[in-house]
Design a protein around this ligand. Structure first.
Ligand SMILES: CSCCC(=O)C(=O)O
Length: 198
Protein backbone atom coordinates (compact mmCIF):
# COMPACT_ATOMS: atom_id res chain seq x y z
CA UNK A 1 0.00 0.00 0.00
CA UNK A 2 1.65 3.24 -1.09
CA UNK A 3 -0.90 5.63 0.39
CA UNK A 4 -1.47 6.24 4.07
CA UNK A 5 -4.62 8.30 3.66
CA UNK A 6 -7.34 6.75 1.56
CA UNK A 7 -9.65 9.75 1.26
CA UNK A 8 -8.19 11.18 -1.93
CA UNK A 9 -6.18 13.89 -0.20
CA UNK A 10 -2.43 14.08 -0.60
CA UNK A 11 -0.38 11.83 1.62
CA UNK A 12 1.66 13.91 4.03
CA UNK A 13 3.23 11.07 6.00
CA UNK A 14 4.58 7.90 4.46
CA UNK A 15 6.91 5.27 5.88
CA UNK A 16 9.01 2.47 4.42
CA UNK A 17 11.83 0.09 5.30
CA UNK A 18 15.22 1.41 4.19
CA UNK A 19 17.87 -0.32 2.13
CA UNK A 20 21.46 -0.70 3.40
CA UNK A 21 23.14 1.46 0.78
CA UNK A 22 25.67 4.12 1.77
CA UNK A 23 24.46 6.46 -0.98
CA UNK A 24 23.42 10.08 -0.33
CA UNK A 25 21.29 10.22 2.84
CA UNK A 26 18.87 12.58 1.05
CA UNK A 27 17.76 9.88 -1.40
CA UNK A 28 14.63 7.86 -0.49
CA UNK A 29 16.56 4.60 0.17
CA UNK A 30 13.69 2.29 -0.65
CA UNK A 31 14.23 -1.45 -0.56
CA UNK A 32 13.77 -3.34 -3.81
CA UNK A 33 10.86 -4.14 -4.02
CA UNK A 34 9.51 -1.22 -1.97
CA UNK A 35 8.27 -2.11 1.54
CA UNK A 36 5.80 0.51 2.73
CA UNK A 37 4.69 0.57 6.35
CA UNK A 38 1.18 1.59 7.50
CA UNK A 39 0.73 4.31 10.11
CA UNK A 40 -0.66 1.65 12.48
CA UNK A 41 2.77 0.08 12.61
CA UNK A 42 4.27 3.46 13.49
CA UNK A 43 1.78 3.86 16.32
CA UNK A 44 2.79 0.44 17.65
CA UNK A 45 6.29 1.88 17.92
CA UNK A 46 4.87 4.78 19.93
CA UNK A 47 4.84 7.35 17.11
CA UNK A 48 1.83 9.67 16.85
CA UNK A 49 0.93 11.39 13.59
CA UNK A 50 -1.63 13.83 12.25
CA UNK A 51 -2.42 15.63 9.04
CA UNK A 52 -3.14 19.30 9.69
CA UNK A 53 -3.86 22.44 7.68
CA UNK A 54 -0.42 24.04 7.37
CA UNK A 55 -1.79 26.93 5.29
CA UNK A 56 -3.72 28.26 8.27
CA UNK A 57 -1.87 26.87 11.27
CA UNK A 58 -2.37 30.08 13.29
CA UNK A 59 -6.15 29.51 13.34
CA UNK A 60 -6.21 25.72 13.28
CA UNK A 61 -8.54 24.37 15.97
CA UNK A 62 -7.24 20.83 15.51
CA UNK A 63 -3.67 21.95 16.29
CA UNK A 64 -4.95 23.98 19.25
CA UNK A 65 -6.76 20.92 20.66
CA UNK A 66 -3.68 18.70 20.26
CA UNK A 67 -1.52 21.31 22.01
CA UNK A 68 -3.99 21.64 24.87
CA UNK A 69 -4.57 17.91 25.28
CA UNK A 70 -0.84 17.10 25.30
CA UNK A 71 0.41 20.17 27.14
CA UNK A 72 2.53 21.48 24.26
CA UNK A 73 2.94 24.98 25.68
CA UNK A 74 6.23 25.83 23.89
CA UNK A 75 6.38 26.44 20.14
CA UNK A 76 8.94 27.77 17.70
CA UNK A 77 9.49 27.53 13.97
CA UNK A 78 12.80 26.62 12.37
CA UNK A 79 13.91 26.77 8.76
CA UNK A 80 16.37 24.07 7.76
CA UNK A 81 18.19 25.11 4.59
CA UNK A 82 21.71 26.42 3.89
CA UNK A 83 20.58 30.06 3.60
CA UNK A 84 18.57 30.27 6.82
CA UNK A 85 20.08 27.90 9.39
CA UNK A 86 23.24 29.14 11.14
CA UNK A 87 25.96 26.43 11.23
CA UNK A 88 24.01 24.52 8.62
CA UNK A 89 26.59 21.82 7.76
CA UNK A 90 27.35 20.99 11.40
CA UNK A 91 23.66 20.89 12.32
CA UNK A 92 22.75 18.66 9.37
CA UNK A 93 25.52 16.28 10.43
CA UNK A 94 24.28 16.24 14.04
CA UNK A 95 20.65 15.70 13.03
CA UNK A 96 21.75 12.57 11.15
CA UNK A 97 23.70 11.06 14.06
CA UNK A 98 21.49 8.39 15.59
CA UNK A 99 20.29 9.75 18.93
CA UNK A 100 17.50 9.76 21.46
CA UNK A 101 15.97 12.42 23.63
CA UNK A 102 14.61 12.20 27.14
CA UNK A 103 11.41 13.95 25.98
CA UNK A 104 9.13 13.62 22.98
CA UNK A 105 10.36 15.07 19.68
CA UNK A 106 7.39 16.90 18.18
CA UNK A 107 7.70 18.25 14.66
CA UNK A 108 5.08 19.74 12.36
CA UNK A 109 6.05 20.34 8.72
CA UNK A 110 4.74 23.75 7.62
CA UNK A 111 6.60 23.82 4.30
CA UNK A 112 9.01 21.58 2.41
CA UNK A 113 9.71 18.02 3.55
CA UNK A 114 12.17 15.77 5.33
CA UNK A 115 12.92 12.27 6.57
CA UNK A 116 12.76 11.12 10.19
CA UNK A 117 14.44 7.71 10.41
CA UNK A 118 13.46 5.46 13.31
CA UNK A 119 14.23 1.88 14.37
CA UNK A 120 11.65 -0.88 14.50
CA UNK A 121 11.57 -3.49 17.29
CA UNK A 122 14.23 -5.50 15.42
CA UNK A 123 16.49 -2.47 14.98
CA UNK A 124 15.66 -2.11 11.28
CA UNK A 125 15.61 1.42 9.90
CA UNK A 126 12.22 2.85 8.93
CA UNK A 127 12.17 6.09 6.93
CA UNK A 128 9.25 8.37 7.84
CA UNK A 129 8.76 10.94 5.08
CA UNK A 130 6.96 14.04 6.32
CA UNK A 131 5.55 16.67 3.98
CA UNK A 132 3.67 19.96 4.43
CA UNK A 133 0.77 19.34 6.83
CA UNK A 134 2.31 16.28 8.50
CA UNK A 135 2.92 16.35 12.24
CA UNK A 136 4.70 13.59 14.14
CA UNK A 137 5.63 12.85 17.72
CA UNK A 138 8.58 10.55 18.35
CA UNK A 139 8.42 9.16 21.88
CA UNK A 140 11.09 9.82 24.50
CA UNK A 141 13.80 7.15 24.42
CA UNK A 142 13.36 6.17 20.76
CA UNK A 143 16.54 6.18 18.68
CA UNK A 144 16.15 8.26 15.52
CA UNK A 145 17.83 10.70 13.13
CA UNK A 146 16.74 13.40 10.68
CA UNK A 147 17.76 14.40 7.17
CA UNK A 148 16.49 16.74 4.51
CA UNK A 149 15.51 15.08 1.25
CA UNK A 150 16.82 16.13 -2.18
CA UNK A 151 14.60 19.27 -2.14
CA UNK A 152 16.83 20.53 0.70
CA UNK A 153 14.22 22.46 2.62
CA UNK A 154 11.90 22.13 5.58
CA UNK A 155 10.11 24.71 7.69
CA UNK A 156 9.16 22.91 10.87
CA UNK A 157 7.24 23.84 13.97
CA UNK A 158 8.84 22.45 17.11
CA UNK A 159 6.63 21.88 20.12
CA UNK A 160 7.48 21.03 23.69
CA UNK A 161 5.91 20.53 27.10
CA UNK A 162 7.24 23.46 29.14
CA UNK A 163 10.80 24.74 28.72
CA UNK A 164 12.44 22.95 25.78
CA UNK A 165 15.40 20.62 26.25
CA UNK A 166 17.20 19.99 22.96
CA UNK A 167 20.00 17.72 24.22
CA UNK A 168 20.52 14.73 21.93
CA UNK A 169 22.08 11.55 23.39
CA UNK A 170 23.90 9.76 20.62
CA UNK A 171 23.60 6.00 20.49
CA UNK A 172 24.42 4.11 22.66
CA UNK A 173 22.68 5.64 25.68
CA UNK A 174 20.78 2.54 26.75
CA UNK A 175 21.17 3.20 30.47
CA UNK A 176 19.06 6.37 30.45
CA UNK A 177 15.69 5.96 32.22
CA UNK A 178 13.86 7.31 29.14
CA UNK A 179 15.45 4.56 27.01
CA UNK A 180 14.71 1.86 29.57
CA UNK A 181 11.09 2.96 29.75
CA UNK A 182 10.76 2.96 25.95
CA UNK A 183 12.28 -0.52 25.68
CA UNK A 184 10.06 -1.88 28.44
CA UNK A 185 6.87 -0.34 27.10
CA UNK A 186 7.32 -0.74 23.35
CA UNK A 187 10.09 -3.21 22.47
CA UNK A 188 9.64 -5.83 25.18
CA UNK A 189 5.87 -5.62 24.96
CA UNK A 190 6.07 -6.83 21.35
CA UNK A 191 8.39 -9.67 22.38
CA UNK A 192 6.15 -10.77 25.24
CA UNK A 193 3.09 -10.78 23.01
CA UNK A 194 4.90 -12.97 20.48
CA UNK A 195 5.85 -15.43 23.22
CA UNK A 196 2.32 -15.51 24.62
CA UNK A 197 0.86 -16.10 21.17
CA UNK A 198 2.86 -19.29 20.63
C1 LIG B 1 12.83 19.40 11.10
S1 LIG B 1 13.48 19.65 12.63
C2 LIG B 1 15.14 19.21 12.43
C3 LIG B 1 15.52 17.98 13.12
C4 LIG B 1 15.57 18.17 14.56
O1 LIG B 1 15.03 19.06 15.11
C5 LIG B 1 16.29 17.24 15.38
O2 LIG B 1 16.79 16.21 14.91
O3 LIG B 1 16.37 17.53 16.55
Amino acid sequence: MEGQFQDGKEEVIQAWYMDDSEEDQRLPHHREPKEFIPLDKLSELGILSWRLNADDWENDEKLKKIREARGYSYMDICDVCPEKLPNYEAKIKNFFEEHLRTDEEIRYCLEGSGYFDVRDENDQWIRVAVKKGGMIVLPAGMYHRFTLDTDNYIKAMRLFVGEPVWTPYNRPHDHLPARKEYVEKIINRGGNQAVEAR
